[in-house]
Design a binder for this molecule. Structure first.
Ligand code: ATR
Length: 281
């Protein structure tokens, strides 16, 4: 049997940390497989899938800008990918090419790891943003039975997303946040605000429910201004790095037949890499 080969497909792809992540697990479990970055321009996507089988790919990850475009090249997508309108993981099953979305598993797996018990009696979440990361967060929290209020600079986008997900999810403008925080058990930032080089996120936490957990999907820097302010107020905080680690678990399992563990060592490896490559992180 030939060694399984997996890819991460994007354009550009050179800065992806996924090869480091999967490379760590391949070595840790002594698996003779590979995980290779593949740069494919949008115009060449059809050719990539046209030669998929003869190239011998086992499957792989999909990132920007192909998460939606790959769907037309697959035999089937899973329920999460259908609801999120994006595929980030591809694998083979019974001769078919399947697309799934594990970003929501990354979101919730990280939260469960870094704030165990966060959902004990948790009923309400406030999610800031309405882009791709907000979709993954909203889907995950809806699956866990929370009622989700989405707040976004462009309120109409949040309202449309809430209507798309249903289940009592609501959309609001950003100035509604202060009023929603008193009832919130979880506050999540999915906007790019607070990221290194971006403007800070300006949220007044004084009305946030005591005991609420605060989660920022941003991970450069690891502790954003939001998390720093939340920690100073005694809230439990969760950074976004683990989303990247946890979303990778299912793909690795599909391609290499082993459920990998998200270890502290792996987290440290990525933190060191971010610090080495990002001055100021
Ligand atoms: P991702 O896929 O990573 O979630 P995205 O789809 O570009 O990224 O979404 C970015 C989110 O950050 C959006 O909710 C965006 O708000 P708009 O829908 O109004 O654009 C939000 N965002 C980005 N810059 C912002 C800013 N300066 N102030 C407020 N929200 C901002």
């Amino acid at each position: 049997m030939t060694a399984p080969r997996a890819f991460v497909l994007g354009h550009p792809i050179a800065h992806s940390r996924s090869p480091m992540l999967h490379g760590y697990w391949l070595e840790r479990y002594g698996i003779a497989g590979s995980y290779e970055p593949v740069d494919v321009a949008p115009a060449d996507l059809g050719a990539f899938f046209g030669s998929f089988r003869e190239t011998g790919w086992t499957g792989g990850n999909v990132t920007v800008p192909h998460k939606l475009a790959v769907i037309g090249h697959l035999d089937r997508i899973d329920a999460a990918a259908a609801k999120l309108g994006a595929v980030n993981t591809i694998w083979r099953e019974d001769g078919q090419l399947i697309g799934g979305n594990t970003d929501w598993l990354g979101f919730i797996g990280n939260l469960d790891e870094l704030a165990p018990g966060w959902d004990r009696e948790a009923g309400r979440a406030v999610v800031l943003g309405a882009g791709g990361a907000a979709r993954a967060a909203a889907y995950a929290l809806g699956e866990r039975g929370l009622s989700v209020a989405l707040c976004n600079r462009t309120a109409s986008t949040a309202e449309e997303l809430a209507a798309h997900f249903g289940g009592g999810m609501t959309g609001h403008p950003m100035d509604a946040v202060a009023g929603l925080l008193a009832e919130a058990d979880l506050l999540v930032n999915t906007t790019s605000l607070g990221m290194l080089g971006k403007p800070p996120l300006d949220v007044d936490l004084s009305s946030l429910k005591p005991g609420a957990t605060v989660y920022d999907v941003v991970y450069v820097p690891l502790e954003t201004g939001l998390l720093k302010a939340a920690r100073a107020r005694g809230h439990r905080t969760v950074d976004g790095l683990g989303m990247l680690l946890h979303q990778a678990v299912d793909g690795f399992r599909h391609w290499f037949g082993q459920t990998p563990e998200v270890t502290r060592e792996l987290r440290s490896l990525l933190i060191d890499d971010i610090r080495a490559k990002t001055p100021g992180a």
